[in-house]
Design a binder for this molecule. Sequence first.
Ligand SMILES: Cc1cc2nc3c(=O)[nH]c(=O)nc-3n(C[C@H](O)[C@H](O)[C@H](O)COP(=O)(O)OP(=O)(O)OC[C@H]3O[C@@H](n4cnc5c(N)ncnc54)[C@H](O)[C@@H]3O)c2cc1C
Length: 336
Amino acid sequence: MTVTANLTALNTLQLAATAQRLVTVTSQEQLQAELAQAVAAEPINVLGGGSNVVLHKMLPGTTLLMNIMGREVLSDDGRHVIARAGAGESWHEWVLWCHHRGFHGLANLALIPGSVGAAPIQNIGAYGIEVAQCIEAVHATHRETGESAILSPDKCEFRYRDSVFKHPQGEGWIITAVDFALDRGAPVEANYPSLRARLSEATLTHDAVLASVMAIRRERLPDPVITPNVGSFFKNPVISLQDVDILRQNFPEVPVYPGPDAGMKVSAAWLIDQLGWRGEERGGVRVSSDHALVLEGCGASSAVPWLSLAEAISSSVEDAYGVSLELEPRVMGRSD
Ligand SMILES: Cc1cc2nc3c(=O)[nH]c(=O)nc-3n(C[C@H](O)[C@H](O)[C@H](O)COP(=O)(O)OP(=O)(O)OC[C@H]3O[C@@H](n4cnc5c(N)ncnc54)[C@H](O)[C@@H]3O)c2cc1C
């Protein structure tokens, strides 16, 4: 169906955005037909579950709501399994589908909102795991050329909350399906401190990890159905070892963890918390009082107050620590 549409119910910040033209995509063939008839000069936007976007008032051009479904096992040697999910599948339902069949690797990523097709975009991660660890291939169609391709993990250039799909050389790709390499014999991954704290030696099972991850998330993160949010609003900044030394001279207690590319990840939540932002409310958006990385809606209906609070937080962190914060959600559309 093709219509101008209000996107309020299609993004977890519940922002009142309008798509000039909204198309629900249910197959790759339909996607290719849509791309073939799209007006060259007009933007093509892609939306999954809307749980990691900040939408301005108007999304010009065509917005594709990815709803390609399907789950299948492609190969199974008794231990190693390759399984495919369509881009429109719910991420959490996919995690459960794999878990209940004994296909392990994804349990730590349970209850992350959104779709399978968006998972590679920022290489979703939680409780010591990143989705890239289980990706075998990404199926994609190019929004400008209509070309289809199967991208291997090295072509996806996965990094911490990042991939080629967030950069000019890869942002043209629209993901239609993802193949996962799963393992019936995978060891339990329970080294993340808050997860480990819940598990005794006797409960180091995949079932227990799944249940604990779900319990921790339900306790700690606001439910976007009740409280508008996108999870973490900022990425943890990655800085060099040299910059960590400089930071630690002034702030010896700053939490840092091993990061990608020989860098170190600094806890953005700690930096924000130390500056007293927790609970601060401006223009219908507040910093969660439970988690300094999470911004929550309390009345705002446009992107502007979200982005201005985020900007105020980033500037104060930069001034105090000389560290730049990067937004985790993607900003889409036009404010005028
Ligand atoms: C309560 C809460 C907790 C969260 N916890 C985590 C967490 O622990 N870890 C984590 O990594 N993230 C987390 N997130 C963020 C979010 O859930 C993930 O980033 C998720 O993968 C977004 O999926 P989506 O389908 O909602 O994507 P959308 O928000 O619809 O889109 C996000 C971006 O991906 C693009 N996109 C979407 N689908 C496709 C596609 N098929 N092809 C090409 N581009 C596409 C969009 O254009 C946009 O740029 C959380 C969010 C919330 C609300």
